[in-house]
Design a protein around this ligand. Structure first.
Ligand SMILES: Nc1ncnc2c1ncn2[C@@H]1O[C@H](COP(=O)(O)OP(=O)(O)O)[C@@H](O)[C@H]1O
Ligand code: SF4
Ligand SMILES: [Mg+2]
Length: 382
């Protein structure tokens, strides 16, 4: 993992204010060349700017008319640095999977840009788009449903080579699949077995092998261990960390569980109702959170050590998450925030380093979308 990013340098805390260095891609060949060029460790490989996805809500059977929109992702910006793991956390329905699908180009963005090595991939087509697709792969949440039960493991992993035939000559594909099985800790002789012949953890290893097949630079992991037993989760995460070093990968690691994300992430972004509430290094987010939502989430994480629990406040969030079709005005978190004031209903808080922390070397000096951002001692995972 990218160790330098753990130190909380200023650049970490300001991902959405850095200028994007857009590559001048006059032709498709220039775009492909830019996409295939190496990126230095610690440099941004992916830059997401004001990304929006609204799903239309329609009424009527014959004459459908739009009556509103589910604002699943509503203006999100962040950077992913080469070699790092960016964790994205938030409650179910806050838009995490939609972000993943937008980055994978499985959904079309309503607005905003996603730059991969300076190329806006939302505007690419043809060979350049295919080159990006090869470089950004995904590991899905549920290893039980994401693997076709009628295909052998060899066919599941080998299918990626059919989609990108130039990635491995036909005669070499079987050997490559066996190599991949070995890399993820499975017996290469299992190549002809079917998914039901494997345990949950083994199935997720197959999903990871499939994600690695094309030698991508970024892997987006959408709740990759949420469906697994706790005892197996650590094994899969350890494997992912090992592979990150071995193959020089950058990860976006999505989860609803803050404690899982901490273990693997260099930086963490906390999402609430289609927006990023707070983003920073793992130390900044876990030990110095300034957004009331992050503080509430952390206070809900059980702490086994009674000494660590003592004297800390547990924040109970009241009410349900509002509908993304009709989010609250101003700050989206205000209907559940114990600090909300009049201003919170009218002014949208921007994701930025709070004025009072600017220039400070305090770990609280990281981006937080709250008008009244401040540190609070909460019960959190050790
Ligand atoms: N294809 C779709 N059509 C309409 N609404 C959708 C679609 N996909 C997701 N949503 C809605 O967008 C919101 C965010 O969903 P999702 O990104 O899956 O959240 P998460 O992964 O954080 O649980 C939810 O309210 C969900 O119901
Ligand atoms: S802006 Fe207001 S409502 Fe939103 S998190 Fe901060 S204090 Fe709470
Ligand atoms: Mg999801």
């Amino acid at each position: 993992m990218a160790e330098p990013r753990k130190s909380g340098e200023a650049v970490d805390a300001t991902p959405n204010v850095t200028e994007v260095d857009v590559v001048d891609a006059g032709s498709e060949s220039a775009s492909v060349a830019a996409i295939e060029a190496p990126v230095e460790r610690g440099e941004p490989i992916l830059q997401v700017r004001n990304l929006v996805k609204h799903f239309p809500l329609t009424q009527g059977i014959l004459f459908k008319r739009q009556v509103g929109a589910v604002k699943a992702v509503d203006g999100i910006s962040f950077d992913l640095y080469q070699g790092e793991t960016l964790g994205i956390v938030g409650e179910s329905g806050c838009g995490k999977s939609t972000v993943a699908k937008l980055l994978m180009m499985l959904e079309t963005a309503t607005a905003g840009e996603v730059f991969f090595k300076g190329q806006d991939i939302t505007k690419l087509s043809g060979r350049a788009l295919k080159a990006v697709r090869r470089n950004i792969q995904m590991v899905f949440q549920d290893p039980y449903t994401s693997l076709n039960p009628r295909m052998t493991v060899g066919d599941i992993i080998g299918e990626t080579f059919d989609i990108h035939p130039d990635s491995a000559p036909k005669g070499e594909r079987r050997r490559k699949v066996q190599e991949l099985l070995d890399v993820v800790g499975l017996n290469p002789e299992y190549i002809n077995r079917y998914p039901h012949q494997f345990s949950g953890g083994q199935r997720q290893r197959i999903g990871i092998a499939r994600g690695l097949a094309l030698n991508p630079e970024i892997i987006i992991c959408d709740e990759p261990v949420s469906a697994l037993d706790v005892s197996v989760q650590a094994q899969v995460i350890n494997l992912m960390e090992k592979l990150q070093d071995e193959f020089n990968l950058s990860y976006i690691f999505i989860a609803h569980d803050l404690s899982i994300v901490r273990h693997i992430s260099d930086r963490v972004g906390v999402m609430y109702l289609g927006k990023m509430a707070e983003i920073g290094t793992d130390t900044q987010i876990y030990d110095h959170p300034t957004h009331p939502y992050t503080q509430a989430l952390l206070s809900a994480v059980p702490v086994p050590d009674p000494d660590a629990r003592e004297g800390r406040e547990r924040i109970i969030l009241s009410g349900d998450v509002p509908s993304p079709a009709n989010p609250p005005s101003g700050c989206r978190f205000r209907t559940r925030c114990w600090k909300a004031q009049d201003r919170c209903a009218t002014d949208v808080p921007l994701l930025a380093i709070p004025e009072r922390f600017k220039g400070s070397d305090s770990q609280a000096a990281h981006e937080s979308a709250c008008h009244f951002a401040e540190e609070k001692d909460v019960v959190h995972a050790a």
